[in-house]
Design a protein around this ligand. Structure first.
Ligand code: GLN
Length: 492
């Protein structure tokens, strides 16, 4: 038989149902793979005992012919999701020792469907970053390396632990979150499939907040089918999150393989950047011709406001972050400074010690753009441009059903390569932030390798709540790309 870790989530699900494998076996297999992969630094907290207990309960249900859609499937959970009784750090020192007394809605949904939690995955601090290097727990290392070169590369961020552990087959699939690209960019850099659903599709309740009007949860998985299975479980209305939308969750898996004939695919000329590697441009053209061959109609479109997306994002996101992060003051939970004279210096010292440099930078920017005198010039103006970006997409979707772009402007880069210049780092989100600003669903699908043997992804964007069409398109891309490459397991 093939190794358990070679099975996709879909195949593992079937093998578990048919009792060819037990949940306990699958869980032990993944736990040992995770333990052997410490060089990747993908995990903050391994929950081996909990995983074995959950697997045992799954096996009992499976034995009775019962069990949910993910019964016995071992998953990794980004450490931004609150998990009851299990340390939840958001990759930050300031959340030291924080063990939530509640479970996030998304993870509750996964456990309701029978999934098993292997552990909490590493990530950029408070999900702020594109390379996982802002994590208090150190960077995650990408399982992929340049051919003949041992330089450690970033798996992307902020969901770097999720992407690396899915790419390295250290879990069957993982949860992730995307505020400006943190699902799609790491998926692109690790040859995994990442889906950011429409804003409101998944509940944000119990997910540590970064920028509440942009944050969305979604899966990182090995292929489109696995992502569809994961999203179906994760999504759904939640009365505890007033921004979650009360709409039925479709069976995304059923959309796979449906014909894409006649679908209109928009190709926005503004996503063709100066200085973008020629290979990315070529892959994009390749993707366009794959969709054309599958019977789609290709439509050139223009989204001229794209150039404002990054500046708008880097006003709105830090503004919301500065407000959300005001709650970390060392009083009720998390890190508290040892040295202080009074309550004010306790706040100040706890925050100064607890937050890393990138988080401090965001708090400073956010506080500045919200301050009296600057609010109108920055925050309010950014909100207005944000609305115009949304309107621009709405007009585009009168002419097209999906939009096809590269997922990221580069392949995986070396750890330390972009840390000196935050703007260089921010530029990595140039293709992904637009979907967050407009609340649209977006996905990255592995499409090819560059000359150095590193994966590159293509992004599909869809209309709000039209993830089904997006999944149809993703599946068509995936079929055409026939991507099967895997990284050598140099870490094991
Ligand atoms: N890289 C972007 C940032 O640093 C997006 C992060 C995210 O989507 N969580 O803000």
């Amino acid at each position: 038989m093939t190794d358990i870790s070679d099975l996709t989530l879909a195949k593992l699900r079937d093998a578990l149902k048919e009792k060819k494998i037990s949940a306990a076996e699958a869980t032990d297999d993944y736990l040992s793979r995770l333990e052997a992969a410490s060089e990747l630094n993908a995990v903050i907290t391994l929950t081996a005992d909990k995983a074995r207990d959950m697997a045992k309960a799954s096996d009992a249900r499976l034995a009775k012919g019962e069990g949910g859609a993910l019964e016995g499937a071992p998953l990794g959970i980004k450490d931004l999701f609150c998990t009851k009784g299990v340390l939840t750090t958001a990759g930050s020192h300031i959340l030291d020792g924080f063990t939530p007394r509640y479970e996030s809605t998304v993870t509750s949904n996964l456990w309701r469907d029978g999934a098993v939690m292997l552990g909490k995955l590493n990530m950029d601090e408070f999900a702020m970053g594109s390379s996982n290097e802002t994590s208090f727990y150190g960077p995650v290392v990408n399982p992929w390396r340049r051919e003949g070169d041992k330089t450690p590369l970033t798996p992307g961020g902020s969901s770097g632990g999720s992407a690396a552990s899915v790419a390295g087959h250290l879990c069957a699939a993982a949860t992730a979150t995307d505020t400006g690209g943190s699902i799609r960019q790491p998926a692109s850099l690790t040859a995994t499939v990442g889906v950011k659903p429409t804003y409101g599709r998944c509940s944000r309740w119990g997910i540590v907040a970064f920028a509440s009007s942009l944050d969305q949860a979604g899966p990182i998985a090995r292929d489109t089918r696995d992502a569809a299975i994961m999203l179906k479980s994760m999504a759904g209305h939640d009365p505890k999150d007033s921004t979650s939308i009360d709409r039925p969750v479709p069976d995304y898996e059923a959309a796979l393989g449906q014909s894409v004939k006649g679908l209109r695919i928009g190709v926005p000329k503004e996503y063709r950047l100066d200085g973008m590697p020629a290979e990315i441009e070529m892959l994009w053209r390749q993707g366009i011709s794959w969709m054309k061959d599958a019977g789609c109609e290709i439509v050139d479109i223009s989204l001229p406001l794209t150039k404002y997306a990054l500046p708008v994002y880097y006003i709105v996101a830090p503004a919301e972050a500065s407000s959300n992060l005001a709650r970390y003051d060392g009083v009720k939970f998390g890190h508290r400074a040892k040295d202080f004279d009074d309550i004010t210096s306790m706040y100040e010292n706890s925050r100064a010690e607890g937050f890393g440099d990138e988080v401090k930078r965001r708090i400073l920017i956010g506080t500045y753009v919200l301050s009296a005198g600057y609010y109108d010039a920055y925050y309010l103006r950014a909100q207005k441009v944000r609305k115009k970006i949304f309107d621009e997409f709405t007009r585009a979707y009168e002419k097209v059903d999906l939009i096809l772009t590269p997922s990221a402007p580069s392949a995986a880069f070396g750890l330390g390569e972009k840390t000196a210049d935050p703007v260089q780092m921010y530029l990595n989100d140039v293709f992904t932030v637009t979907a967050n600003l407009a609340g649209l669903p977006g996905a990255s699908v592995p499409a090819g390798l560059d000359a150095q043997g590193l994966p590159l992804g293509l992004q599909l964007l869809a209309r709000p709540f039209d993830e089904e069409t997006m999944f149809k398109g993703m599946y068509a891309l995936e079929q055409a790309a026939g991507f099967t490459a895997r990284p050598d397991e140099w870490w094991a």
